[in-house]
Design a protein around this ligand. Structure first.
Ligand code: SF4
Length: 597
């Protein structure tokens, strides 16, 4: 990681703020979720203009934009690739940094090196930025650059028919790890009329569940997608998996635990690798817990007891939009809501969540480990010699330590801002140790902010079935996990797998370029409800129904509480739940391998 002085004078760079300077300048790129990204992909699709407008942008500080002489767009590039993005000026982004929402444009620039943790570097990446008047990089441009096999999508809308009217109470939102289970969904036939209690992303998902769907199975023949029946698509998928030397089964965070169970059975059968999306979110958290244990609590404990809530490297107001209302503002048994609850936000930029905080601490990108170490020293009354730690004045570190020690019950919610950057899993080791040390003074817990609604469940099923939370290889017939070797990111980036089954997830929208490019070289099977960007790399596409809308199923909330998701409407004709599709695929593979269905 370069420091500020090196960044502004880096190779050929000009100092940010140099009067009238035009030319390339080195910046630090951070990627992350945004509210409009979530709304656009659920309300429309990732193939829509709305998604392009929300995701193909770069946010930069107005002073940097002026110093560079930027009009409306910039070229942003590094050794991994280059894209032309529309510029959004934002005071929230500190000078010297740029922010690009997670998506295929950001992936062109992110670093596939996982430092043997399975986690690519999706934040704190060095990039160059220069003004340009070249055309913006379109979705088609970026997919072609990544090696997409085709750009055909046959989106269908489920025909809506009015009929029986019903109200489903305590419905569960299948979007993020908050798993809000207090929704009221009003239905007329198979039309969802209204959703109460959910956030904007939840409404977008429920009210548009019928749009942009995969309604038929497809296989790729002579470079084109051809509609086939389910039997033929399952047969082709089974052929691909059975004939592979090392197949990868990946995703599983936006489906239920039942589907996860079949995916692991399949991996064992075909001696493949089964990995879930925690590899690029909270995989490092799982590694840290294996090393030093943890100090966890449920959301209920946080609501009822926490008079101090810290958000570190996460932005729930955009990524888990109901979290603030459900946990921070809510009145608990011993804490009378926000007025008796202090909120601290630690992040690399002033997020909307930071606007709601009593104390905001801006840490330099990738240097959280230093801040955590100083905080642990301050908690133990050790002297901090440096006047500035990771960009934070020593006095502020001591102030935060005192706030933490004097809380009656503190909870630290932490996100991928900690797991993806700098020391990666070592950040979480330090965070857990901090919580352990604070428990010598008071009561303290940590809770990871999990992204996809059942990524915690994917870890749970993997743990109880194989003994490992993710990145499990059955290559030798028994489960083993070696992050950096058996993790999906590394397997793809190193070209080690020769086929992939992607279930209810979109690695093309989340993984670095080098990993995605390998999907272009191997046969890929996709099971999904909507046309993901990964479908452009698919050789077989199998439709799946939405768990929590069209199917029942179990999922685990971010605090590892299992919750049963309800069915609200029937699935489209001929479309089965993911678990049923996977059960049939397991049977087909068994038949081909001669081990009986
Ligand atoms: S916070 Fe997450 S789970 Fe809750 S309603 Fe919003 S998207 Fe759904």
């Amino acid at each position: 990681m370069l420091n500020r002085a090196e960044r502004v004078s880096g190779e050929g760079g000009l100092a940010v703020g140099a009067a009238g300077a035009k030319g390339r300048v080195q910046f630090v790129l951070n990627t992350g979720r945004s509210l409009m990204q979530g709304i656009s992909m659920e309300g429309e699709s990732k193939w829509s203009r709305k998604y392009f407008d929300a995701v193909a942008i770069v946010e930069m500080n107005p002073s940097d934009a002026s110093a560079l002489g930027v009009e409306d767009r910039v070229k942003i590039y590094n050794e991994h690739g280059a894209v032309i993005l529309r510029v959004k000026r934002s005071d929230r982004v500190p000078a010297g940094q740029v922010f690009v929402p997670m998506g295929p444009w950001a992936n062109v620039l992110t670093d596939p090196n996982t430092d043997a943790t399975g986690m690519p570097r999706l934040k704190g990446v060095e990039v160059f930025v220069e003004p340009t008047d070249e055309p913006l990089t379109t979705l088609a441009d970026v997919l072609k650059l990544l090696g997409a096999k085709h750009l055909e999508v046959y989106m269908g809308d489920v025909p809506l028919k009015t009929g029986e009217r019903k109200v489903v109470e305590n419905a569960v939102c299948p979007f993020c790890g908050e798993l809000c289970d207090h929704l009221i969904v009003e239905v007329d036939g198979n039309k969802i009329l209204r959703v109460t209690g959910g956030c904007a992303i939840s409404s977008a998902k429920f009210l548009n569940y019928h749009r942009h769907r995969i309604l038929k199975p497809y296989i790729r023949e002579q470079g084109k997608l051809v509609e086939v029946d389910l039997d033929k698509a399952l047969d082709k998928a089974a052929d691909i998996l059975v004939s592979s030397k090392l197949p990868l089964i990946f995703g599983l965070s936006s489906t239920d635990v039942e589907a996860n169970k079949y995916a692991i059975e399949l991996a064992e059968l075909i001696h493949g690798v089964v990995d879930n999306t925690s590899v690029f979110c909270h995989g490092p958290t799982a590694l840290a817990v294996q090393e030093v244990g943890t100090a966890r609590c449920t959301l209920g404990v946080a609501v009822n007891l926490a008079d101090l809530v810290v958000f570190w490297g996460c932005n729930p107001l955009e990524a888990h939009a109901n979290h603030f209302v459900r946990v921070v503002l809510r009145e608990g048994r011993f804490v009378k809501g926000r007025k008796e609850r202090k909120v601290v936000v630690i992040d690399t930029r002033r997020t909307p969540t930071a606007d709601q905080a009593d104390l905001f601490i801006e840490v330099e990108p990738g240097r959280d480990y230093e801040l955590l170490t100083a905080l642990r020293m301050a908690v133990r009354d050790l002297d901090i010699e440096a006047p500035l730690v990771a960009g934070v004045p020593r006095e502020k570190v001591v102030e935060l330590a005192e706030i933490m020690r004097t809380a009656k019950y503190g909870v630290i919610f932490f996100g991928v801002g900690l797991t993806m950057t700098g020391a990666k899993y070592r950040n979480i080791v330090a965070l857990i140790k901090l919580a352990h040390e604070l428990n010598e003074w008071t009561k303290f817990s940590i809770v990871p902010m999990r992204g996809h609604y059942n990524v915690a469940g994917a870890n749970q099923v993997s743990l109880w079935t194989t003994g490992y939370p993710y990145a499990v290889s059955y290559a030798r017939g028994f489960p083993k996990m070696i992050v950096g070797v058996t993790s999906a990111t590394d397997l793809l980036a190193n070209g080690d797998v020769d086929s992939a089954l992607v279930i209810a997830s979109d690695p093309v929208a989340h993984l670095p370029r080098r990993a995605v490019e390998h999907l272009a070289k191997i046969p890929v099977v996709v099971i999904d409800a909507k046309w993901s960007l990964t479908s452009a790399f698919a050789d077989v596409i199998l439709p799946g129904a939405y768990v929590g809308i069209e199917c029942e199923g179990a999922a685990y909330r971010m605090d590892d509480v299992p919750i049963r998701l309800k069915k609200v409407v029937d699935p489209p004709p001929g479309v089965l739940c993911d678990s049923e599709v996977l059960r049939m695929l397991v049977d087909r593979v068994k038949a081909k391998m001669g081990c009986g269905a």
